[in-house]
Write a protein that binds this ligand. Structure first.
Ligand code: URA
Length: 271
């Protein structure tokens, strides 16, 4: 039935509750946008290869190779073509092979100083990051800024990225497939920044960067050399600021990790 009077307060609250239950947790515009209608659907790589390899019917133009390969090898080839971070950002922004892009508001590529020798890698953008297009600008980002300040760092001295550059719906953890598809872009990002040290934030970022399935509580605080593309670099896993907000008692472990980072950057003469 058509609504011919303005909603009253109780009705507006119940509409908002309905949106929240349906997973809508961020208002980004006045009008709804059907992002699924905007882009061609992501197709499995086998189906794409079969179609690309199939002979064209009589007289039909050859089908163009798909731009939607759900395939880390395709992402790797694209990433390898980037000669600068600006080029890489444009390539990632145009890439349609990761389904996360369909539900995200925008690309959230990086923040901080691209010349920095210290790189931070988080898990994935959250709601505020998705709105602003920058990593770690929400509540956990504010705590991260305080953690950095405690050892004399700020965003002019570090470069910050995430394992995936689009917000997973409802802030869920990225799937192994999403991580694998985006990993070549992260590798190229690390190659282009060429940091001397990496600090990973939280379990999924650590597992991606260290190629491990070990839990964060076992591995945090231990330095190892990791290979990111063709760049070998010392990396330290620490706890995610969002975890610290939920578990303040764990801050003492994170503090130890930050002191370890401080000691390493002093030893390496990084300013
Ligand atoms: N958590 C992350 O891992 N990354 C962000 O950018 C924000 C929150």
């Amino acid at each position: 039935m058509a609504q011919d009077r303005p909603f009253n307060t109780a009705e507006m609250v119940s509409v908002l509750e309905w949106y929240r239950a349906a997973g809508v947790d961020l208002a980004v515009g006045e009008e709804p946008v059907n992002r699924f209608a905007q882009r061609a659907p992501v197709r499995p790589v086998a189906a794409v290869q079969a179609q690309d390899a199939a002979p064209a019917p009589h007289g039909a133009p050859l089908a163009l190779p798909s731009a939607f390969l759900v395939d880390p090898a395709a992402a790797r080839a694209l990433a390898a073509g980037a000669q600068s971070l600006a080029e890489l950002e444009a390539i990632v922004g145009a890439y349609d092979g990761c389904g996360l892009k369909l539900r995200a508001t925008q690309l959230c590529f990086a923040d901080g100083n691209p010349e920095a020798q210290i790189m931070l890698i988080g898990e994935a953008p959250g709601a505020e990051e998705d709105r602003q297009g920058k990593p770690f600008v929400g509540k956990s980002g504010q705590l991260l800024d305080r953690m950095l300040a405690a050892i004399g760092l700020d965003r002019t001295k570090v470069y910050i990225a995430n394992t995936v550059p689009w917000r997973p719906p409802g802030n869920r953890t990225p799937t192994p497939e999403e991580l694998a598809i985006c990993l070549p872009f992260l590798h190229r990002q690390v190659e282009l920044v060429a940091p001397k040290v990496i600090l990973t934030l939280g379990g999924p970022a650590m597992q991606t960067v260290f190629s491990t399935s070990t839990g964060i509580l076992k591995m945090r605080g231990r330095w190892s050399t990791v290979q990111m593309g063709n760049h070998g670099v010392e990396a330290l896993p620490t706890l995610h600021p969002a975890y610290l907000l939920r578990n303040p008692a764990a801050k003492q472990q994170a503090w130890r990790d930050m002191l370890s980072l401080k000691q390493r950057i002093d030893t390496l003469g990084i300013s």
